[in-house]
Design a binder for this molecule. Sequence first.
Ligand code: GRF
Length: 186
Amino acid sequence: MLASGQGSNFEALVAACRSQHLNAQVVLLVVNNPGCGAEQRAARLGIPCQRINHRDHPNRASLDSALISACQQAQVDLVVMAGWMRIVTPLLVEAYPDRLLNIHPSLLPSFRGLDAVGQALAAGVQLTGCTAHLVRPEVDAGPVLVQAAVAVLAGDDHRSLSARIQRQEHRILPLAVALAAARLAG
Ligand code: GRF
């Protein structure tokens, strides 16, 4: 798994594996922000964590090459971007064809890119949600695996809406991993 921030999706996926709701194992977390919440969660959960800091790399391709090496060394079958706040290059997408997943806090194709929750609030939609999808070189595009809809309630602010969307992310991400695996098998 790749994470840049709090790591709540990372923890949710680990929990799904450990409770055997998902027949998978999280073997490695890669973080790009030293000391981020995800890194702290990995220490608490006993999941190996590697720092690959984009600030140490001259460009995106160099960062992605380091990610590929780490994933290959860990012999992973799937790579899950769980709040990985870097744009990936075709290098990574092509190294893990149909094996690279992302979770995004909107009903794609609406509100791609940064601050999807803020975009939804600004647009005044009554329904938004989250999407788990396979990654293609274009940002926040690629075949949808699972979506969950979340109503925007009167009085919602960024924090309250984000929190409800995140609860749904934690629910759909394990489903998306199972679907991606089934898709490869079948
Ligand atoms: C999630 O809302 C995800 O949709 C977005 O980044 C956030 C990560 O949250 N891509 P967390 O680090 O898993 O708590």
